[in-house]
Design a protein around this ligand. Structure first.
Ligand code: PLP
Length: 384
């Protein structure tokens, strides 16, 4: 059987491969997966169960349940200070679904999408699947892995259609500061580009920082597509509820695709999401406080190990550790760490070809496991 060229151009995720290999080891400590270790809040689970018990087992509207879109629009105004009507908010199958719908709606063959690298590898794959051309702009540790707006400006060509931002970032945990966002906004306006702003880690932000969305800058609301999700901030990965928010004409086109391809997002999961946005703030804040404790601990431990170092991640639940002084390339470091110390982390070059001197450590796991995992990493590096 012959497959399409676009599907041949994408590859299975090495993170999943690492997870499968790790699962075969009994006493493994896995820092590989980017998924909250917390359960979804009990009231959220109850909302999904009650919906099923009440017979909510039918199709929902293609754009999402009106009630969910209403509570989400109200939430978003509070979170980023930008007002959207219910019609501007589309319910999607996770943040991934929102991103895919956005890219497939916006891109023609060969259209370029600029994003910073290291990056969440799904970006490259989705852009290719949608016929676009990924244009990765390298960012480095010396600049806290934050993209320089000037580098974006330089990467723009006649084919550029979209600037894709992710703050806080997977895999580096870095946060784009407001001044850089403002400069990027000005570039987007000047070149008439669309910005896709992946804000799924918006609330997992440390040291009392508040979130700035690029949509809040002048001229941006009409050219920004905000990607959001219940997965990370509400520990609801398996519910698969996400959101795409943007200009009405764009959301309408995206809704057409939804209706043609999968009809709607799971109805009972939408009831769960309504509950999360209505009564989920305390639970969310409890989780963020816990992530911050873990971030502080893991940051201190990594930097206390001879030959390892990292910048202080400001958000999300990832630390991007510099392993260059060990003399091992990331793949070998990760393979040996798994085989010899039973700890799973992900090679940095999975997130960008220039990042082979780094590994991504996800600390979305219990403090007890983090302590044990860090002891093992320390002993492993000292043995090298
Ligand atoms: N964006 C980023 C940067 C992510 O890391 C993820 C998940 O890992 C997502 C979006 C999408 O998550 P979901 O589809 O579960 O909402």
């Amino acid at each position: 059987m012959e497959f399409s060229k676009k599907v041949a151009a994408i590859h299975p995720s090495p993170i999943r491969d690492m997870m499968v290999r790790a699962a075969r080891i009994d006493d493994v400590i896995s820092f590989a997966v980017g998924e909250p270790d917390f359960h979804s809040a009990p009231n959220v689970i109850e909302a999904a169960k009650s919906a099923l018990d009440n017979g909510e087992t039918k199709y929902a509207p293609g754009a999402g349940m009106t009630k969910l879109r209403e509570v989400y629009a109200a939430y978003l105004k509070e979170a980023i200070g930008v007002s959207y009507e219910t019609e501007n908010c589309l319910v999607t199958t996770g943040g991934m679904g929102a991103l895919f719908l956005g890219l497939t709606t916006l891109l023609n063959s060969g259209d370029e999408v600029i994003f910073s690298s290291p990056y969440w590898s799904n970006y490259g794959q989705q852009i290719v699947l949608c016929g676009g051309k990924p244009v990765a702009v390298d960012v480095d540790e010396a600049h806290d892995f934050v993209i320089d707006p000037v580098a974006i400006d330089k990467a723009i060509t006649a084919k550029t259609k979209v600037i894709l931002l992710n703050s806080p970032s997977n895999p580096t945990g870095s946060v784009i500061d407001a001044a850089s966002l403002r400069a990027i906004a000005e570039i987007a306006v000047k070149h008439d580009l669309v910005v896709i702003s992946d804000e799924v880690y918006r609330h997992i932000l440390f040291d009392g920082e508040t979130y700035t969305s690029i949509a809040s800058f002048p001229g941006m609301k009409e050219r920004t597509l905000i990607i959001d999700s219940c997965s990370k901030t509400h520990a609801m990965t398996g519910f698969r509820v996400g959101f795409a928010t943007g200009p009405l004409n764009l959301i309408r086109e995206m809704t057409k695709i939804t209706e043609d391809v999968w009809s709607c997002v799971n109805t009972s999961a939408q009831f769960a999401a309504i509950e999360a946005f209505t009564r989920g703030t305390d639970y969310r804040e409890m989780m963020v406080a816990e992530y911050e404790k873990r971030r502080n601990y893991i940051y201190q431990r990594i930097n206390a190990i001879d030959r390892l170092s990292s910048i202080k991640p400001m958000g999300a639940f990832y630390l991007f550790a510099n392993i260059t002084k060990t003399g091992l390339a990331a793949k070998e470091f990760c393979d040996r760490l798994l085989d010899e110390a039973h700890v799973a982390v992900v090679p940095g070059d999975h997130f960008g070809t220039h990042a082979s001197g780094y590994v991504r450590i996800s600390y979305a796991t219990s403090m007890q496991k983090i302590k044990e995992g860090m002891d093992r990493i320390e002993a492993f590096v000292n043995r090298l």
